[in-house]
Design a protein around this ligand. Structure first.
Ligand code: NAD
Length: 427
């Protein structure tokens, strides 16, 4: 495998540039800005794994803690052939801002292993996970830094991590990772959490632009974990999902798509795709489907697939009144400017998709107390936090006369900078 380092480097440069812009608005001390630009610590580890063919292979893994002034580190672990130290560092910084914007007592961290999990057997993945956990053990722990699933890691990987850490402590430590299966100390409501958060902030955003969920038309790009849960909960709340796209194509029905049936269909397909669903118009070329979906005259557009989907090339065709960024970074900075001119109300990713980390926080709280909540309680507390965060950001946007993205960053960076200032610099 040859690795392309440019993407991660650009990603980190962009994250630092955004911090500079926000710091200027907040008139932060340049020394403090420097402290926020660089991670607190970063660890690079070599992970030897005995492969199924008997050979030894050595993988490279990373754990980065960006800022721990507001609490222990929190952030996922990704297994991916494009993972680099720079990418993980930028993602750790984003986690700091995401935790701060929803005001949960965590700092930002992230981890990753440079590998291709699709080419590895379950046994090899288990070996990789256990040795990686051992190698980063000095950094993680329920009071220090709590891992979670990210791209190509899942509840099984979290179970292995929790078991490996626990074996070395001599007792079970469920709070070292979140996103575990419910039987192992996971939280009820985690699976739909991000989609539920998307629904809450979309509902509040609609109120702000004098609309309501009832009868509102919505188009959703991506029908995976986040897209399908958002679609389900928004349609249950009375919205009409008139278009959905995924990697297999797009479905369109101006009268509204039957979301529960579509979810059942996707579960039955081999590759978990919308293709083959009977009824609405289907476009099988996903590029053409996205183009049509983005250009629809809908009230709300929800990109819930990947980063960099709305660019300067296609931002011009968007007619939605509001965009909820369910995916991470779906709108490029240049497209952002075009959408601002069109006065489209955008709920930014660090707020819109933060409910996953909020329920991870709930999982950690439940593990720490060894007292588990009913799903209704998880959802009620989630609604409280997401609604409060939405209005915190909206108030900041009005006060500073900036858009929601800048407001979310200003609020988050201010909270972190304030914690750093109050704690002072040791020694
Ligand atoms: P997923 O892999 O479950 O789903 C991704 C979906 O996007 C799939 O339906 C896929 O077919 C579709 N897709 C991929 N490329 C596409 C394209 N070019 N056009 C249209 N559709 C395309 O992933 P997910 O967990 O739902 O995450 C989606 C986004 O949300 C990512 O940006 C992720 O970082 C972000 N996010 C996820 C969570 C979470 O809890 N899962 C939390 C915060 C943020």
């Amino acid at each position: 495998m040859t690795r392309d380092y440019r993407k991660g480097m650009q990603f980190l440069a962009d994250a630092r540039e955004r911090l500079d812009m926000v710091a200027k608005k907040l008139k932060l001390d340049p020394g403090l800005v420097d402290k926020l630009k660089f991670p607190k610590r970063a660890l690079i580890v070599s992970i030897p794994v005995k492969m199924d063919n008997g050979h030894l292979r050595v993988f490279t893994g990373y754990r980065v803690q960006h800022n721990l002034d507001r609490g222990p580190g929190k952030g996922g672990i990704r297994y991916h052939p494009e993972v680099t130290l720079e990418e993980v560092t930028a993602l750790a910084m984003l986690m700091t801002w995401k935790c701060a914007v929803v005001n949960i007592p965590f700092g930002g961290a992230k981890g990753g292993v440079y590998c291709n999990p699709r080419e590895m057997s379950l046994k090899e993945l288990e070996g990789l996970t256990r040795r990686f956990t051992y190698e980063i053990m000095m950094m993680i722990g329920p009071e220090k830094d709590i891992a979670a699933p990210d791209v190509y890691t899942n509840p099984q990987v979290m179970s292995w991590m929790m078991d490996t850490y626990s074996m070395h402590q001599g007792f079970s430590v469920p709070g070292v990772v979140t996103g575990k299966p419910v039987h192992l100390g996971g939280s009820k409501g985690r699976l739909d959490a991000t989609g539920r958060g998307v629904m809450f902030v979309t509902r509040e955003g609609l109120k702000h632009i004098s609309l309501s969920l009832k009868g509102t038309t919505i188009a959703i790009q991506g029908f995976g974990n986040v897209g399908s849960a958002s679609a389900k909960l928004l349609s249950e709340a009375g919205a009409k999902i008139i278009a959905v796209s995924d990697i297999s194509g797009g479905l369109f029905n101006p009268k509204g798509i039957d979301i529960p049936s579509l979810i059942k269909h996707v579960k039955r397909t081999k590759y978990k795709v919308i293709k083959g669903f009977k009824g609405p118009q289907f476009i099988s070329d996903f590029k053409r489907a996205n183009e049509k979906l983005f250009g629809l005259k809908v009230d709300v557009l929800i990109p819930a697939a990947l980063e960099n989907q709305i660019t300067e090339e296609n931002a011009g065709i968007i007619k939605a009144k509001m965009i909820t960024e369910a995916a991470n970074g779906p709108i490029t900075p240049r497209a952002d400017k075009i959408l601002a001119k069109k006065k489209i109300f955008i709920i930014p990713d660090i707020l819109a998709n933060a409910a996953g980390v909020v329920v991870s926080y709930f999982e950690w709280v439940q593990d720490t107390q060894a007292l588990f909540w009913k799903e209704e309680e998880v959802n009620r507390r989630l609604e409280e936090i997401m609604t409060e965060a939405f209005y915190d950001v909206l108030r900041a946007a009005k006060k500073h006369r900036v858009d929601m993205r800048m407001a979310a960053y200003m609020l988050a960076v201010f909270r972190v900078a304030d914690a750093t200032r109050l704690r002072g610099i040791y020694p």
